[in-house]
Design a protein around this ligand. Structure first.
Ligand code: FES
Length: 115
């Protein structure tokens, strides 16, 4: 297999996570993608992908409750919530954002763009 050109390093990569109906509205699920932990969240027909590691301590955000009305997810360890669009924390004790990733919907496929 040819080696990746150095210009490929850091280039965005689109990875299929699941089908649209594999996740129910209000559900979050963790995926391990290209060495990253990504929490995929569905609210109605919208999908959000954020880093699955709480910025307060290393804890999976996909384990937490989805706040559909607020478009936030709550860390089930100490209760910080994170904005699913921006990754910013909305309540203490977390003070730093988590990464957010672009989601691509194509046919039945839900994919995420990672670098
Ligand atoms: S580990 Fe998430 S708020 Fe503490």
């Amino acid at each position: 297999m040819p080696e990746a050109a150095s210009s490929d390093v850091g280039r965005p990569e689109t990875v299929r996570l699941c089908g649209r109906e594999d996740l129910a509205s209000g559900e979050a699920r963790r995926f391990d993608v290209a060495g990253l932990r990504v929490a995929l969240v569905r609210i109605d027909d919208d999908y959000y992908a954020i880093g699955d590691r709480c910025s307060h301590e290393d804890y999976s955000l996909a384990e937490g409750e989805v706040w559909s009305g607020e478009r936030e997810i709550e860390c089930s360890k100490h209760g910080s919530t994170f904005d699913l669009v921006t990754g910013e924390p909305c309540s203490l004790p977390a003070t730093r954002p988590v990464p957010v990733y672009d989601v691509i919907l194509e046919g039945d496929d839900v994919s995420v763009v990672v670098r």
